[in-house]
Design a protein around this ligand. Structure first.
Ligand code: ADP
Ligand code: MG
Length: 710
């Protein structure tokens, strides 16, 4: 069995299934085997229908009369049916899971487990998970639950796994440090659990394997980086002091520490490869500004890459203000920049010291004479190739120093261990006077009574003391929507790039995230809010608008002219308007924890109290993600929670493009990490291993992409 063979080689996988699998990053047999269940359901000891009591129940029976209808309330489809056993019948209900109609065949017997409760005056089983009786181990009743991928639901994965049962025995060992056969056994029990104990054993091995790969990838990356040469930049204490004394605020202790670490790195001949992590609003930009000035004094050019034009413009404005008086020539290069050719000529001639820009920076014709420092803001928003393209713009034989910045922190637990080889600075201190954002979850039904009055109140409050928004008559509001326009026809809800549905909710094996048709668009919401608040200025903003239009809207919002800005997540990163004190996030359940936290960071930047409302449809209980957000404003804490809920995939971002996810979330297991670290060290002592363990080396390339910054 060639583990790297394409999924088409698997039993039961036709072209259409293969296409879906590939879309979700499952390209090879190996990927398929490593698509582990996210949980297990127990169908142990079913009761008869007659003996059911309200609460969680397991029953065994046949199902019929299945049909789906739209509920009276918008945005909800209801699938109903009847489950029968020898003792009686019970109604069953699912919400937004229309595929259930096709899942069952009337001849077959199934287990169901869900809540038996009173709904609309009648007892029913609500949102049960289900498994074919023949597919569940009768002695333990355990059945795996897979994350649904588009049309491929959990039960489809179970069926496909069943057809591939035969290949498990052929799975070869991969790691030098474990007993022969451990891997094949672990994978088998992960997919075909017989006892919870065998599942634990399986997951333990698989966690170890994953740690081994990650740590090895990180080590090898560091080795690669150490081989490169960079232009050393001497630390100029007096000049840096001068810049610091001109700043309109005192640096926080954390900013000083981070800047100091950066300066020390830049003095070396090995390129700096540093990650600057700091919660939203912690003041990363000024640290980048200090690094840029240091590079300038050392005579090298600086490129700063930002994910959006809005953000690039904001950095340009902020950094020009502090750096230009000191003689630094700063330029902005985005898609909208006029006279690009002229600007590029100046960059190439060395007449520009610091270029701030978006993807427009990456084109081949953007050349530098002496690029010595690259700053990447919101680094997780860029793919490895994009980052690399910028790195290659240094003079031949040299690599630039690299400062990557992110507001999505690596959980401390990972940083000390798995990513121990990564140079990271942390801004763990917010500038004085920052507000905690009071966050609450509300349902659509409560909009009128709770939300609108609050919005009125905000718009009547005196503008924030900070010197932004001189045109504001009150405080301002962000309203975040998911979609730009109303969908035409039934398009798929899970758009690429949005990894939010990674499995935070544990309710059942439904696919999480709404379809596009259930989402209110920016335009529609804008129209509605204009009706609700006729005196307010309401405008919208989204990523597909022309850069000039976007800039204009942002300018008007920053000046206080716009009261309510209805926007997609383009405002997610970096945007800084202290007079905006309330944010509403519509369809909050469809975002990941980290993203919600970042969005929320747009408010609470001034002296006034700030609020965030997470608006949900209210059909399901609020997820753990949302609840945690109401309890904490601490990005590090939330990143730990996120890690526990979904695994650390998001940390480095390549995965946002879909392909990669860390499988095992038990990375808080320090003993296991220590063991993997030791074993990796031993592995690396023998250079031949890098050739001998082919599958391992091939498998870690994807982790190398995650653990590398350059
Ligand atoms: P982020 O880390 O989210 O990128 P920014 O760099 O955008 O944060 O900084 C957020 C705001 O805080 C900016 O308005 C910036 O001028 C301000 N700021 C940065 N450092 C300090 C400081 N030490 N004291 C007060 N304000 C600061
Ligand atoms: Mg920022």
């Amino acid at each position: 069995m060639d583990l790297f063979a394409s999924v088409e080689h698997l039993n039961g996988v036709g072209p259409k299934t293969a296409e879906t699998l590939k879309k979700y990053g499952i390209r090879t047999v190996r990927d398929f085997l490593y698509n582990l269940p996210r949980d297990y359901e127990s169908y142990e000891a079913p009761t008869s229908i007659r003996e059911m009591r309200p609460g969680k129940v397991v029953i065994k029976g046949r199902i019929d009369s299945l049909s789906t209808r739209r509920a009276r309330r918008r945005n909800l489809s209801v699938t109903e049916g009847v489950i029968r056993d020898a003792t009686g019948a019970v109604k069953v209900v699912w919400f937004n899971q229309g595929y259930r109609v096709k899942q069952f065949s009337p001849e077959k017997e199934y287990y169901f487990t869900g809540t038996y409760e009173l709904r609309n005056g009648r007892y029913s089983i609500v949102s049960p998970s289900a498994a074919e009786v023949t597919e569940v181990d009768p002695s333990t009743g355990l059945s795996p639950i897979y994350v649904a991928h588009g049309a491929l639901k959990s039960h489809d994965y179970k069926r496909l796994m069943g057809k591939s049962r035969g290949i498990f025995a052929e799975i070869p060992d991969m790691l030098p440090s474990v007993k022969a056969g451990t891997r094949a056994k672990a994978l088998f029990y992960a997919h075909f659990p017989n006892t919870m104990k065998s599942v634990e054993g399986a997951r333990n091995y698989l966690a170890y394997e994953e740690l081994f790969e990650l740590i090895l990838a990180a080590r090898l990356n560091r080795r690669e980086n150490e081989k490169l040469r960079a232009e050393p930049v001497k630390f100029e204490a007096a000049r840096i002091r001068e810049l610091v004394s001109r700043l309109p605020f005192a640096l926080t202790g954390a900013q000083r520490r981070a800047a100091w670490e950066v300066f020390q790195d830049m003095e070396r001949e090995v390129p700096m490869n540093r990650l600057l992590q700091g919660d939203v609003g912690s003041g990363k930009t000024v640290v980048a500004g200090l690094a840029a000035y240091e590079a300038f004094t050392g005579g090298v050019q600086v490129a700063m890459l930002a994910p959006t034009a809005i953000l690039a413009a904001q950095h340009y404005e902020g950094l020009t203000k502090i750096l230009e008086p000191l003689g630094v020539r700063v330029a902005l290069l985005t898609g909208a920049t006029k006279k690009k050719t002229d600007l590029k000529r100046s960059i190439k001639a060395g007449e520009i010291d610091l270029v701030i820009g978006t993807h427009a920076l990456l084109t081949d014709d953007t050349e530098f004479v002496r690029l010595g420092l690259v700053v990447i803001d919101e680094q997780h928003r860029f793919g490895v190739e994009q980052r690399q393209r910028l790195m290659l713009k240094s003079p031949a034989g040299l690599a630039p120093h690299l400062l990557s910045m992110t507001a999505t922190p690596i959980p401390r637990s990972l940083q000390l261990t798995v990513f121990g080889d990564l140079d990271a600075s942390v801004l763990d201190e917010l500038p004085a006077g920052r507000q905690l954002v009071a966050t609450s979850i509300i349902t659509e039904v409560e909009t009128r009574e709770v939300l609108y009055p609050k919005m009125e109140e905000i718009m009547r409050s005196a503008p924030d003391a900070k010197k932004h928004g001189d045109k504001a008559h009150g405080q301002q509001i962000y309203w975040i929507c998911k979609a730009i326009e109303d969908p035409e026809g039934e398009s798929s809800g899970s758009r690429g790039g949005n990894k939010s549905s990674g499995g935070g909710s544990k309710s059942s094996d439904e696919s999480i995230g709404k379809s596009a048709s259930e989402v209110t668009s920016v335009k529609k919401r804008c129209k509605r809010l204009r009706e609700v608040f006729p005196k307010a200025t309401v405008e919208f903003l989204h990523g597909k608008m022309k850069p000039a239009e976007k800039d204009l809207i942002m300018e008007r919002f920053a000046s206080g002219e716009i009261d309510i800005l209805v926007s997609t997540t383009v405002v997610e990163v970096g945007v800084d308007v202290p007079n905006a004190t309330l944010m509403v996030i519509e369809n909050a359940e469809s975002y990941g924890l980290a993203q919600l936290h970042q969005l929320r960071g747009r408010v609470g930047r001034g002296a006034s109290a700030a609020y965030c409302y997470l608006l949900t449809s209210g059909d399901l209980r609020p997820s753990r993600r949302l609840l945690e957000l109401t309890k904490s404003n601490d990005g590090f804490y939330l990143s730990e929670v996120d890690l526990k809920l979904r695994g650390p995939g998001e940390i480095y971002g390549a995965l946002q493009h879909g392909a990669l996810d860390l499988r095992i979330a038990s990375l808080s297991d320090t003993k296991l990490i220590a063991r993997a670290q030791k074993d990796v060290m031993r592995f690396l002592q023998n250079p031949e291993n890098l050739v001998k363990y082919k599958e391992l080396m091939q498998g870690i390339t994807k982790y190398q992409q995650i653990t590398t910054l350059n």
